[in-house]
Design a protein around this ligand. Structure first.
Ligand SMILES: [Cu+2]
Length: 100
């Protein structure tokens, strides 16, 4: 991907300042014990990713990243390329899911 596309994606999704952000991804295809390893490896390779926390039972991954370097779109692309299409869990849904 070229730099202008990355810049466009960042401008759509990120505030103007660099900050640590957290996003929860739902990955329905994560069905066995080996899947999280593949997903973690894919996400760890994305520049700017600082922490990957996988909740296998919920099929969710919470990623902490530097929004100056990474974006939710980059994370989604990484898991999809690894064979695990994902979607972003809206913050409110992630919070209520955590409370359940
Ligand atoms: Cu698996």
């Amino acid at each position: 991907m070229n730099k202008s596309v990355i810049a466009l994606l960042l401008s759509l999704s990120a505030p103007a300042f660099a900050a640590t952000q957290r996003v929860t991804l739902s990955i329905p295809g994560m069905t066995c014990g080996a899947c999280p390893i593949t997903v973690r490896t894919a996400l760890d390779r994305v520049p700017g990713v600082e922490r990957v926390a996988i909740a296998v039972a919920k099929k969710e991954v919470t990623v902490t990243y530097d929004n100056a370097k990474a974006s939710p779109q980059a994370l989604l692309r990484a898991t999809k390329d690894a064979g695990y299409p994902a979607r972003v869990v809206p913050a409110a849904a992630a919070a209520s899911g955590a409370a359940r």
